[in-house]
Design a protein around this ligand. Structure first.
Ligand SMILES: Nc1ncnc2c1ncn2[C@@H]1O[C@H](COP(=O)(O)OP(=O)(O)OP(=O)(O)O)[C@@H](O)[C@H]1O
Ligand SMILES: [Mg+2]
Length: 227
């Protein structure tokens, strides 16, 4: 199993008073390599919280997150850093591109750490190949402010893919896109899944996008239920 979440509990606030809010409660999930999973759920149900735990950006209160049978909650700071940089690609709802950097610079950001000099050229070539594949190479020297939402979101996917991760975690990647761009994003994710056997975990409010995934779960009352 590529990824296994065992009986995860996660809440926010102070456990000893009324500020405590349980979010994930006894949540378990198994993800095989190359699977495509969609996660639906109302606002506040814990979808982003769940992606953050899988991506090593936060810790569960209880339970384990295993990646290739290793518990990432026990990783050292450096191991966690490498896991995030090498195994995980993150696509956020509002792309989070740096406004002062060109698209190409944005895409290469994750290669600024843990990438030796010899690898730099390889990454630059990969950036070119991926940007051409998603149709934004011609925009490589423009800053995000000069581009459409769909173009920026495609750049965000390329940035997430630049270090060839095992899993792509996408948090409402089509949240800010119109119908035509939703379809383009769905096709891009499917292509990455099929050609690069990339495992996909996609949080979305779009049923159109969810239907393109292999499995659909609904996050409800802190747990995932097949939808
Ligand atoms: N760092 C935090 N500190 C305190 N509360 C938090 C924190 N992060 C999330 N929460 C709370 O946990 C709950 C789940 O938040 P989360 O962001 O995971 O929801 P979501 O399902 O992603 O919602 P949306 O669809 O609106 O993005 C919410 O009630 C939120 O206010
Ligand atoms: Mg969210």
């Amino acid at each position: 199993m590529l990824l296994t979440l065992n009986n995860i509990y996660k809440g926010f606030g102070n456990r000893s008073d009324s500020t405590y809010r349980p979010v994930l409660q006894d949540l378990s999930l198994e993800v095989r390599e190359g699977e495509r999973i969609a996660i639906l759920g109302p606002s506040g149900s814990g979808k982003t919280t769940l992606l953050n735990l899988i991506g090593g950006l936060d810790y569960p209160d209880r339970g384990t997150v295993q990646f290739n049978d290793e518990d990432i909650t026990r990783f050292s700071a450096r191991e966690l850093d490498l896991y995030r940089n090498r195994q995980i690609g993150f696509v956020f709802q509002f792309h989070h591109l740096l406004p002062q950097c060109t698209l190409l610079e944005n895409v290469l950001l994750p290669t600024l750490v843990h990438t030796g000099k010899s690898e730099r050229q390889e990454k630059l070539e990969r950036a070119g190949e991926l940007m051409k594949r998603v149709g934004i190479w011609e925009h490589r020297n423009k800053v995000p402010g000069k581009l459409s939402g769909g173009e920026c979101q495609r750049a965000a996917v390329v940035r997430a893919m630049i270090n060839a991760p095992s899993i792509l975690l996408a948090d409402e990647p089509t949240g800010a896109l119109d119908m035509g761009n939703v379809e383009l994003m769905a096709e891009l994710l499917l292509e990455l899944n099929q050609l690069d056997s990339l495992t996909l975990l996609v949080v979305t409010h779009s049923l159109e996008l969810a239907k393109r995934m292999g499995k659909i779960f609904r996050l409800q009352n802190g747990r995932l239920k097949p939808a």
